[in-house]
Design a protein around this ligand. Sequence first.
Ligand SMILES: [Zn+2]
Length: 234
Amino acid sequence: MAISPSCKKCNKVIESENINVAADTAYCSECHFIFRLSDLLGTRADSSPKENPLRLPPTMNFTLEKTGESSFVITQIRTGSKLGAVGILFFAGFWNLFLVVWTGLALTASVFFALFSLPFWAAGIYLLYTGINQLTEKQIILIDYDGITVKKQRKFNPVNLFLRFSEIGSVSFEAPSILKTSTPVISQRGVRVKIPTIIHNGGMVQFFETALDAEKNWAVEFLSYIVEGKQRGL
Ligand SMILES: [Zn+2]
């Protein structure tokens, strides 16, 4: 097939050795981004090859960057929780403003009376903490020769965890460990939500909590494929 797609970012013509028709991918050796071949050619092939886990993320909420022979960077560039975070911060603003007024009035009566506001202050501060963390959060998964790094960049309690492939048991779906994540997980109709999880020697780390189901499936498939390949010594 005589095809010569060019890179969306730098317009460089992508060499045939960097094109995988079966996987529908084209890799630009100049800027290291992987594109959907059908996107570049404008021939939107609808066959998503499920047997090839190295396919691209299913939505534009993630980027997959190839940074070396067997190294990748997955970045969650958009999360569905931003709007929720703004809502939480709005609510926190009203809540705390009300508390300032209430506590001020109570103090004019007695200090003892004002103490009743303490649990409400704790809740108000927790709301602020949650809202700011959700708003500032950006998750990145780095895959390199030796292992996987899970990064959660956010204002409070950021995560930067490197795991060697030899330490990793599996990548799978697990129930949320609410206490470890900044983002509350909403379960629909009481169904336990499953979160992408890397199980390792020292416990487990969860990621992409707020992603869509298709995105979570993709991430787990992709990382499982990498981990299993590494552990077979590929
Ligand atoms: Zn390029």
